[in-house]
Design a protein around this ligand. Structure first.
Ligand code: GLA
Length: 400
């Protein structure tokens, strides 16, 4: 999959929508990819749950007998992205499977801080309280991301914007300092264009438009200060997609090294890992990890899902037709998950965490991106909260 194109089209739509002021605030389920993109890009919009498959579950899922996180406990923590309104369905399944959680949307700037003088803590607090109660550690996600940058933040001079950014980071980092062990400080600021280093206004970054790339260093500096003030140990990450591709990775490492050379603290790099059945190969994943480690960064896998449509062509906008999730596909996906986790386990001393971008196949963003309504099956549990062959295959992944 070329996630780059997903994100750049989302960004363009977001920008156009913001400029035109035409993003609907409350809409029925989107009927097209572009509507889905515009809705998802709208900072004020609720999470796009309306686009998911109809819920089939009839009651809360049972706990798993054997903990998958426990299986990897000596190697890395295992996380899941979560929405607060899913917690009641999965109150037992989550803590019996994972030991880490990321807020899928609730901690993004536009969600938690919709106006300069207004914080909306409730959804993020629900997740954080669940995590506290069940001894899950959280990944903070994300202090700066172009798709969830609220308009109030980017108004004013560069100094004004930077000051508002500091206030946001101070407040949010402090509030969840007891339950987070790392933050995605900056998400997706590297350009997908061959001749550009940073995502600019034409790729949806209103922060770049307001401050050029200075906001990146500022965000890391403010996060480092907020962590220091909290007295907690919280790592600061840069997070992005397609880092298994050499060109995107080189730019990312250039930025990260330049920040460090200026004395800015950055502890690690997160590869989102929106991957598919064939790409990237185990060798490409290994090269990516090696490059980060050589440069002295911790590594995390922050948003793993495995699309079953590897032939989607993002450049030509040609998508595979929907296919059923039959036994052959389920087995092939199990083999694929296993080969990927074998690479992670082999590199466990450098990998801090692996997080699945969702729990069940009926609640995945890949059901509406890039094709609204085309069922994808990228996760470890099916629509009925039952573990798939991929889940069981992971118990066969052994320490080398
Ligand atoms: C990016 C973001 C995530 C999420 C996905 C799509 O990867 O980092 O927070 O929005 O896109 O679900």
């Amino acid at each position: 999959m070329k996630a780059s194109s997903i994100h750049s089209s989302l960004a363009l739509l977001a920008l156009a929508a913001m400029v035109n002021g035409c993003v609907p605030k409350s809409t029925p389920p989107p009927s097209s990819q572009s509507e889905a993109a515009a809705l998802q890009a709208d900072p004020a919009a609720p999470p796009p749950t309306a686009q998911y498959k109809p819920v089939k579950r009839t009651g809360p899922a049972a706990a798993m007998e054997k903990s998958l996180a426990g299986h990897f406990a000596d190697q890395f923590t295992l996380g899941v992205a979560m929405e607060p309104h899913y917690l009641s369905d999965w109150a037992q399944l989550i803590p019996s499977t994972f030991n880490r959680m990321t807020a899928e949307n609730a901690m993004k700037c536009a969600r938690i801080h919709p106006a300069e003088d207004k914080y909306n803590y409730e959804p993020a607090d629900q997740l954080a309280n669940f995590a506290r109660e069940h001894n899950l550690v959280m990944t903070g996600h994300a202090l700066v991301w172009h798709q969830e940058t609220p308009p109030w933040l980017v108004q004013g001079s560069p100094a004004d914007v930077s000051k508002k950014l500091k206030a946001h980071i101070d407040t949010v980092v402090a509030r969840y300092a007891d339950v987070t062990d790392n933050w995605d400080v900056v998400n997706e600021v590297i350009s997908d264009k061959a001749d550009k280093m940073y995502r600019e206004g034409d790729e949806g970054s209103s922060m770049f438009a307001a401050m050029k790339e200075q906001y990146i260093a500022d965000a890391f500096k403010y996060a480092a200060a907020a962590v220091k003030a909290s007295g907690k140990t919280i790592d600061l990450y840069y997070n992005d997609y397609n880092l298994a591709k050499a060109d995107k990775r080189e730019k990312t490492l250039k930025m990260a090294k330049e920040l460090r050379a200026k004395g800015v603290r950055i502890d690690g790099i997160g590869e989102q890992a929106h991957w598919n059945m064939t790409w990237p190969s185990p060798a490409e994943i290994q090269t990516m990890i090696d490059d980060f480690v050589k440069a002295g960064f911790k590594v995390k896998i922050s948003e793993l899902d495995i699309s079953v449509y590897p032939k989607d062509d993002w450049d030509k906008k040609v998508w595979e037709p929907e296919r059923p999730f039959d036994d052959a596909l389920a087995q092939a996906q199990a083999t694929r998950y296993k080969e990927i986790f074998e690479v992670f386990v082999k590199n466990a001393e450098h990998i801090t965490s692996v997080t699945l971008w969702g729990l069940t196949d009926d609640r995945t963003w890949l059901d509406f991106m890039p094709v609204q309504g085309r069922n994808n099956y990228p996760l470890l549990f099916n629509d009925l909260d039952q573990p798939k062959p991929a889940y069981f295959a992971l118990f066969d992944v052994k320490k080398p």
